[in-house]
Design a binder for this molecule. Structure first.
Ligand code: BGC
Length: 433
């Protein structure tokens, strides 16, 4: 990959970083917001989940907008939504403005989660597509880690406004970078003709296999339910549902609260422990990128999901009253759970959909999968605190464990190995099936 392509991928992937940062920072800001605005449990859940509601809408609209105005302009639009969302959250004077800020930031996150992988995929050679899609996940986890570090540094003086405002730094970098990246050749070819596309092809050295474009009408979402596509869609949707319903964001969004309820006494040490959650998530995502083409997707998924099941079992036990274990067991079980997630279904739930669909329907399918991903995320974060209140923390983690068991069965039975296969071979496999 030449230097130009690397540059455009990084500029686009700052969108992933912002998505990670804005979803992660709430775990630190939440307790201060609850104090300053006297928020009830339901209101706290709403503050967390309204971003996700916005993201569902952003992901849904993202596919349509990116087809209409182009990928690059959609990236600009994402920056604008991020800007207004962050300013509104940072300046919030009460529950309503806070919700509004979270909602607008959510739209930006939804747009980014859809358009960034699409942009990168269209700017990179097919051989590199898997690795580049996964770089987006690495940037998401880096954003989450950055959020955890900032919330630890700013917690001492309850500076929740600054926690939100920090996102302006990567946002400004992306805004400047966007002036130096092109529209994708696939979109240009369809909308502005061969000559416009050729300029980008030549400058970025994009090989001909990327130059295949969709025919008008190919991207109609109804094609997802055609007999030939249906089983593929089933796999893509299944894996995205299990990525979310196994509870990862219950852990990531509420990590400091979980640590405190397990016996970590001060807010500061709970935030400190949370940094390790972010660090483990980031490091193991990096390790996964290295292993993914060596050990294969299926092996990593089965290994990771089995590890998550074991960690959730121990995590559930560690909350039982009367306490039979110390908080250190909770911390270790939680870190193991995140490590197993990050090495497996974290990145692979995005990678598989980018590989298994035929090119003609790929962007529509990724849009649909992204939409379902945010919707499941919404359900988990809206219900987590209430479930803890009703069933207790231990049984709540055991519920996630049961869902992870189902996920393991699903992967075992339904998810094909795509390691080392060309996209044509993958299509041939589905065709034979
Ligand atoms: C998921 C997010 C999650 C993150 C954790 C992403 O793939 O879409 O919901 O917070 O991974 O690393």
């Amino acid at each position: 990959m030449n230097r130009n392509s690397a540059f455009v991928s990084v500029v686009a992937a700052i969108g992933g970083l912002l998505f990670g940062y804005n979803t992660g920072i709430i775990s630190g800001a939440l307790s201060f917001l609850a104090q300053d605005f006297s928020l009830s449990t339901l209101e706290q859940e709403l503050v967390v989940s309204t971003l996700l509601f916005g993201a569902i809408i952003g992901a849904f609209g993202g596919g349509l907008i990116a087809n209409k105005i182009g990928r690059k302009k959609t990236l600009f639009l994402t920056v604008i939504f991020f800007f207004f969302g962050i300013v509104t959250m940072g300046d919030a004077v009460g529950f309503t403005t806070l919700l509004l800020g979270r909602f607008v930031t959510g739209i930006a996150c939804g747009l980014a989660s859809m358009v960034v992988p699409l942009y990168i995929a269209e700017m990179s050679p097919a051989k590199r597509r898997g690795a580049l899609v996964s770089i987006n996940q690495l940037m998401i986890t880096f954003g989450i880690l950055l959020a955890y570090i900032m919330q630890y540094l700013l917690a001492k003086h309850s500076q929740w406004r600054e926690m939100f405002a920090f996102a302006m730094i990567p946002l400004s970098l992306q805004f400047l970078g966007l002036f130096f990246i092109p529209e994708t050749p696939s979109w240009l070819l369809q909308n502005r003709g061969q000559e416009a596309a050729d300029k980008v092809f030549n400058k970025y050295g994009i090989p001909p296999e990327v130059q295949v474009v969709q025919k008008k009408g190919d991207s109609d979402w109804r094609h997802l339910f055609k007999p030939g596509i249906r089983p593929i869609f089933f796999v893509g949707v299944g894996i995205t549902i299990f990525q979310q319903m196994t509870g990862v964001n219950a852990v990531l969004y509420y990590a400091p609260a979980i640590f405190q309820s397990s016996g970590v006494h001060t807010t500061e040490s709970a935030f400190f422990a949370t940094i390790f959650v972010g660090l483990v998530n980031f490091i193991f995502t990096g390790i996964s990128l290295w292993l993914i083409d060596r050990l294969g997707r299926r092996f990593l998924l089965i290994f990771g999901l089995a590890g998550m099941i074991l960690s959730l079992l121990v995590l559930g036990f560690s909350f039982f009253e009367p306490k039979i274990s110390s908080e250190i067991i909770t911390i270790i079980a939680l870190l193991c759970y995140i490590a197993f997630f990050a090495i497996s279904i974290g990145p692979i739930a995005w990678l598989i959909p980018s590989e298994i669909f035929p090119l003609s329907i790929r962007s529509t399918a990724i849009g649909a999968v992204t939409f379902i991903n945010w919707a499941c995320n919404y359900v988990v974060s809206l219900t987590f605190l209430s479930m803890i209140g009703t069933f207790g923390t231990g049984p709540t983690f055991w519920l996630y464990m049961t869902i992870t068991l189902l996920g393991l069965w699903f992967v075992w039975k339904k998810v094909p190995e795509t390691k080392g296969k060309s996209l044509e071979q993958i299509q041939h496999f589905w065709h034979k099936k």
